[in-house]
Each structure stands twice: as structure tokens, then as C-alpha cells.
Design a protein around this ligand. Structure first.
Ligand SMILES: CC(C)(COP(=O)(O)OP(=O)(O)OC[C@H]1O[C@@H](n2cnc3c(N)ncnc32)[C@H](O)[C@@H]1OP(=O)(O)O)[C@@H](O)C(=O)NCCC(=O)NCCS
Length: 172
């Protein structure tokens, strides 16, 4: 897995060594306004990151790719995530601490990840699911040229009634 550059940001392949620093980043309650919850403890996050270092799903069919995002001043701001399949389709997600919202860090990081997914993992179609009230997430995806998906895609992806699904070709 490669280190990626996104302007002055550095995307580092996530490892167990990032757990302590990321625990502080991910303890920001604002991140969980729409879904999920903060990690229970540094140890919990360490275990999770250790498991994710296999970078594969249990059946080996998917690449599970996570990069933490480092600022020029060396602080970590968040992470970007991709679930890449052999058929060229990939789900993405992204999480940044609220102190780092509104600065374009998420857009730049996700764009750099998409370029890497196309170049190294043969990804041609990207998908993102999010809670429909999460306007920041929607704005981010629209800025990155994602489009609303079709009802048939919603069924295939098992999208919940309060969620939205958007899609984009990597090569856009
Ligand atoms: C979703 C999330 C990543 C969006 O982060 P964000 O900071 O709003 O996204 P961006 O990095 O694209 O920042 C865009 C904002 O920065 C501004 N900006 C400043 N400089 C910029 C630059 N150089 N390039 C792009 N945008 C820039 C833009 O004007 C934009 O503001 P606007 O949306 O009010 O117009 C963030 O809200 C988050 O982590 N939320 C919690 C987790 C979550 O909900 N994740 C989604 C579920 S997968």
C-alpha cells in the first residue's frame, strides 16, 4: 500500500502505530452526529487497527484500504477508507475531526485516494453511502462529481431508508 500526497497533506497507510494519535482525533463527538460512535478506548482502536492491517476481507475477496491523513504541521486530521473489489467497484468513506472541516482537506484526500484506487487497484466505479441528513458529506461528494444513484443501485447496495447512495467513475 502506497503513501499518497494530496497537496501538502500526506496519506499514510493506517497501521497499529497510529492508534493512539487517532484515538484523540476520533474522540470528537461532532463526528458522530449522524452515525456510529467514538472508539471505546485506545486498546480497542489498537486491536481494530491490528486486524485491519491484513488489508483484506475475511474471505480475501476485498481489499480493505485505510489511510490516515497527516497535515504539514504533523498532526493527524482524519482518515479515508476504501473497500475495493476485484470487479472494479469500490465503496469509500471519510472521517475528519471537526477542527479540520471546511478547509478542503477531505476533498483533497478523497481525490488522491480515488486516483490511487484507479491506478493501483483497477477501480473504475466508486460508491458512497451516507445518512441523507449529512449535508457536509453530500456536498463533499457533489464537489467530487458524484451523482445520485438509481433505485436499482439502492436495492443492490441494501441502502437503508434514511441513507443516500452516490456514484462516480474513477476516470471522471
Ligand atoms: C464529511 C466530512 C469529511 C466533510 O468534510 P469537509 O471539511 O466539509 O469537506 P471538505 O474537505 O471538502 O471541505 C469543504 C469546505 O472547505 C472549503 N474549502 C476551503 N478551502 C478549500 C480548498 N482548497 N478546496 C476545497 N474546499 C475548500 C469549501 O468552501 C467547503 O466549504 P463549504 O462546504 O461550506 O462550501 C466531514 O464533515 C466529516 O468528517 N464528518 C464526520 C464523518 C462523516 O460524517 N463522514 C461521512 C460518512 S462516510
Amino acid at each position: 500500500m502506497n503513501v499518497l500526497n494530496a497537496g501538502q497533506l500526506t496519506l499514510e497507510p493506517q497501521t497499529v502505530e497510529h492508534a493512539e494519535e487517532m484515538f484523540a482525533v476520533l474522540s470528537d463527538a461532532a463526528i458522530y452526529k449522524y452515525e456510529n460512535e467514538p472508539p471505546a478506548s485506545v486498546d480497542w482502536l489498537r486491536n481494530r487497527y491490528a486486524r485491519l492491517e491484513s488489508r483484506r476481507s475475511a474471505d480475501g475477496s476485498e481489499h480493505w484500504l485505510n489511510w490516515v491523513v497527516r497535515l504539514p504541521d504533523s498532526r493527524l486530521a482524519g482518515y479515508v477508507q476504501a473497500t475495493a473489489r476485484a470487479d472494479g467497484h469500490c465503496n469509500i468513506a471519510y472521517v475528519f475531526a471537526s477542527a479540520f472541516w471546511g478547509k478542503g482537506y477531505a476533498s483533497r484526500s478523497v481525490e488522491a485516494m480515488i486516483a490511487e484506487l484507479a491506478a493501483t487497484y483497477g477501480i473504475h466505479t466508486l460508491w458512497a453511502v451516507f445518512k441523507e441528513d449529512n449535508l457536509r458529506s453530500r456536498r463533499l461528494l457533489e464537489r467530487l462529481a458524484f451523482q445520485p444513484s438509481t433505485p436499482a443501485d439502492y436495492r443492490v447496495h441494501g441502502v437503508e431508508p434514511d441513507e443516500m447512495l452516490m456514484t462516480r467513475d474513477s476516470a471522471f
